[in-house]
Design a protein around this ligand. Structure first.
Ligand SMILES: Nc1ncnc2c1ncn2[C@@H]1O[C@H](COP(=O)(O)OP(=O)(O)OP(=O)(O)O)[C@@H](O)[C@H]1O
Ligand SMILES: [Mg+2]
Length: 413
């Protein structure tokens, strides 16, 4: 698998030198990170939006993803429309002219001073619930210093956010069966990412792609993702505020992948309520919103979130926790409530991991052959059980629970 792309002078440029998000990981650049991101965003958007629309292009760089059997660098593409304008780049819907295949192209400005983790991490991932990187290459602006990384991915028509918004406009919610299918696949994608030692760090409804016809879900946007190491400090100012885990709000720098699980808990709850569960207006207010539901954390819980926290400073008014059933505005499956309550816990270690959450009884009816058949008659169900050994290695005891026997039999027939 090649990690190089050719620049206009026909020299190979190592992809590792490129950067997308200004992550210093020293905990020192929070303000800077945001300001630089916004600045880059303006540059990228202003320059790219009009001129690139409907432009035909062909990339000359070698294929980057060893998992994809087709060489997408051989194709020419036509941009059809801008589908995403994130804080760090633009995402286009595009067409491969030779095959007619619709793809998504994410174009982000590069800063050679920083490493680009996004593409490195994406190249390592190969899973049905993770967006597929088909190809990536560099392109250049007016000067060769102005470098962009273009990532060609499979295209998905909606995100959890856009789909939820459609229902909200009609004063409705995502149907519960779809919410359940999406929750399950989100957990599956995340269990895989975590098995790879990667923490996504920006799980939010906009970063979860779905196709409401096939009901397939794919996790995207690995721009904040990182392989966490206990030897290294990590910035706590990460993840969109409404989905930010309480340990991050308490300033932890030695957190684990469990921060992603908190975000998943928030997304599941949001699919049931239609609106974000914790919608704070600042980091402090975000904690207040969490406390209103979970009650004030005990001193032990604060230490479990951030052992560096100066507990002498801890002086939060004692607020009692709410009954989880009352947190939801509609009548929902009590098993779903139980799952959310076990994910949204202060202590990251007692919070369910992705693989544990998959084995929760809320998802048992997917594993029940009769129930599965009933679902199948009413709705498209993607493959939920094609686990690889890699995915299951994190907890062998759960293997039997996660793959129903009838599924094995059905596959052998
Ligand atoms: N493969 C894809 N198929 C369809 N839409 C996509 C795809 N990838 C991204 N998008 C859309 O583009 C948006 C921005 O993409 P992405 O999150 O990767 O970029 P970003 O610049 O990191 O955004 P942000 O900083 O806002 O999270 C997504 O929220 C989604 O709406
Ligand atoms: Mg995003």
């Amino acid at each position: 698998m090649s990690c190089y792309a050719k620049n206009p002078q026909n020299k190979y440029v190592p992809l590792g030198d490129a950067n997308r998000r200004m992550q210093t990981e020293a905990g020192d650049g929070d303000e800077l990170e945001v300001q630089q991101g916004v600045l880059k965003c303006r540059n990228v958007q202003d320059k790219q939006k009009t001129p690139l629309r409907n432009q035909k292009w062909q990339s000359k760089s070698p294929i980057l993803n060893g998992h994809v059997p087709i060489d997408y660098s051989l194709y020419t593409y036509t941009n059809l429309q801008v589908i995403g304008q994130g804080s760090f780049g633009v995402v286009y819907k595009a067409k491969a002219n030779e095959t007619g295949e619709i793809v998504a192209v994410k174009k982000v400005i590069q800063d050679k001073r920083y490493k680009n983790r996004e593409i490195q991490i994406m190249q390592e991932l190969n899973h049905p619930n993770i967006v597929e990187t088909k190809h990536a290459y560099f392109s250049y602006g007016d000067s060769s210093d102005e470098q962009y990384l273009n990532v060609i991915m499979d295209y998905q028509p909606e995100t959890i956010h856009s789909y939820n918004t459609k229902f909200l406009k009609q004063q409705q919610l995502i149907p519960q069966i779809q919410a359940k299918l999406y929750s399950y696949q989100l957990l599956r994608g995340l269990a895989y990412v975590h098995t790879k030692g990667v923490c996504h760090r920006d799980i939010k409804p906009d970063n979860v792609l779905i196709n409401p016809e096939s009901n397939i879900l794919k996790l995207c946007d690995f721009g904040s993702a990182k392989k966490l190491s206990s030897m290294e400090q990590n910035i706590s100012y990460i993840c969109s505020r409404s989905y930010r885990a309480p340990e991050l709000l308490f300033g932890a720098t030695n957190y684990s992948s469990q921060v992603d699980m908190w975000s998943v808990g928030c997304i599941i709850a949001e699919m049931f309520n239609g609106l974000p569960l914790f919608l704070g207006t600042s980091a402090v207010d975000q904690l207040v919103e969490i406390i209103k539901v979970l009650g004030s954390p005990s001193r032990e819980e604060v230490i479990s979130m951030n052992k560096e926290y100066d507990i002498k400073q801890y002086n939060i008014v004692q607020i009692r926790k709410k009954d989880w059933a009352n947190v939801f505005v509609n009548e929902i499956d009590p098993l779903a409530v139980d799952l959310v309550s076990k994910i949204l816990t202060y202590c990251p270690k007692t919070r369910l991991s992705a693989i544990q959450a998959l084995s929760h009884s809320y998802f048992d009816d997917f594993r029940d052959e009769n129930m599965f058949k009933i679902y199948e008659k009413n709705i498209k169900i993607p493959n939920l059980f094609d686990f690889t050994k890699e995915e299951l290695q994190s907890n062998q005891q759960l293997v039997n629970k996660l793959i129903p026997r009838w599924y094995d039999k059905r596959n052998k027939q």
